[in-house]
Design a binder for this molecule. Structure first.
Ligand code: NZQ
Ligand code: ZN
Length: 385
């Protein structure tokens, strides 16, 4: 096992009715900015629950954070933050809103020239406004991690800091009943691939991490399709298991002490930046190709994945790996996400520009061994055609 430091201070308040706990989590003398997206929270009762819980607080609102939040939109929040002396952010929404709140929180107290440098130059910062989160879409893990992804002019870039990790997160699985099938599928697949990116590397004998990861993968494989099936769509336990899996997949626990491979995400970000494809749908296209192209480097873990996650015991090593990759693709298809570039109307003519973007963003040494060069990323994209 590799050395690690692990600390996850985000308090989780889980279950129906827990939104009301924000009244106690946020200091009563705070000047709160409630940030949200395009308005889904007004249709499903979440907004009303938040407002009811904040009746003793002084709060303001900032809405309109779009999926794949943009720098331009997020910077607009700075006006109200300054004018109203905001000192606490409450993010109410999916990963885009929580990620957006993180950038707003860092930009508000940024001492450098341009907050975009936090992403473009990975410039460190020393303070950020405190954040709480009410999560409405289980997928990203943003509610209890320090990561954020922001887009500017088609450049989709990540940053990470413990300073923007939410202090608390409310996870009420009943608020996910209003999600569309598209967002359910996206969320389950995103969480699945977060787990894979911290698992499917090479073995360091991290038994706890491996078995936690395998448990999450199996839970998502079992419960994900149920959230789409008419007979089980309204089952709260199904939603609860998906929601907790998604948080656990990217709260730092399973990735502590093991190698990680974020190549699928980094290549996927270019597909979103260039073509606006939903985050999870870029991943479901790229991951099967990564498994195929990196098959030799990942052989040992692919076999473990085949045996422990998919219970494949028949056939020689190569046949078992083939079957595990095939079952992964079939699972994605069951979750109604694309698995090929052609499924989103992209073809070989688009690969040059995607590789150029990877180069422009410094994504030239990806993977658990930093050996996924631009040439190998090209091979992965070609495999994904
Ligand atoms: O904007 P509103 O009206 O709220 O609608 C949203 C949005 O249109 C809607 N929605 C959310 N909760 C809902 C709901 N609709 C009905 N009922 C509900 N309960 O869903 C749409 C998509 O929301 P979004 O927040 O964009 O989705 P997601 O949670 O998948 O977040 C994706 C973003 O997170 C980033 C992605 O790159 C992308 O920008 N990621 C963040 C990570 C992190 N912070 O660790 C890691 C991930 O790998 C990912 O990169
Ligand atoms: Zn993701």
């Amino acid at each position: 096992m590799l050395n690690f430091n692990f600390q996850n201070p985000t308090k989780i308040n889980f279950g129906p009715g827990e939104i009301q706990t924000i009244s106690k989590e946020i200091p009563v003398d705070a000047r709160v900015l409630v940030v949200y997206g395009g308005g889904s929270i007004k249709g499903n009762g979440v907004y009303q629950q938040v407002i009811d819980a904040l009746k003793e607080h002084t709060y303001f609102e900032f809405s309109g954070i779009e999926p794949n939040p943009t720098y331009d939109t997020l910077m607009k929040a700075q006006t109200i933050i300054k004018a109203e002396k905001i000192d606490y952010l409450l993010a109410v929404g999916g990963g885009s809103v929580v990620d957006g709140a993180k950038f707003i929180a860092a930009a508000a107290l940024f001492e450098g020239d341009d907050p975009w440098d936090i992403l473009a130059k990975q410039q460190a910062f020393t303070q950020a406004l405190p954040i709480g989160a009410v999560l409405t879409l289980p997928a990203t893990g943003s509610e209890s991690n320090g990561n954020s992804v922001v887009t500017r002019d088609g450049n989709k870039l990540p940053f990470s800091s413990p300073l923007v990790r939410p202090l608390f997160a409310v996870l009420d699985p009943s608020v996910t009943f209003s999600l569309s099938d598209r967002q359910i599928g996206n969320g389950v697949v995103d969480a699945f691939i977060h787990t894979i990116e911290q698992y499917l590397t090479y073995s360091v004998n991290g038994k706890v991490q491996d078995r936690f990861s395998e448990g999450l993968l199996q839970t998502l494989i079992e419960e994900g399709p149920k959230a789409l099936a008419p007979a089980t769509k309204d089952d709260l336990d199904v939603r609860a298991n998906i929601m907790w899996s998604a948080t656990m997949a990217l709260n730092g626990l399973i990735g502590a002490g093991v190698p990680q491979d974020w190549s699928t995400h980094m290549i996927g970000h270019e597909l979103t930046g260039a073509f606006g494809i939903d985050h999870a749908r870029t991943l479901s296209i790229v991951l099967p190709a990564v498994m195929k192209v990196r098959r030799e480097q990942k052989r040992e873990k692919l076999l473990q994945y085949a045996t422990r996650v998919w219970q494949i015991t028949e056939g020689d090593d190569n046949a078992r790996i083939d079957q595990a990759i095939r079952l992964t693709e079939e699972f994605f298809q069951t979750m109604q996400v694309p698995t090929r570039l052609s499924h989103v109307d992209l073809g070989s003519a688009d690969i040059d520009s995607l590789v150029a973007r990877l180069e422009q963003h410094g994504m030239t040494a990806l993977g658990e061994n930093s050996d996924i060069t631009l040439a190998i990323s090209r091979e992965i994209l070609t495999q994904a055609l």
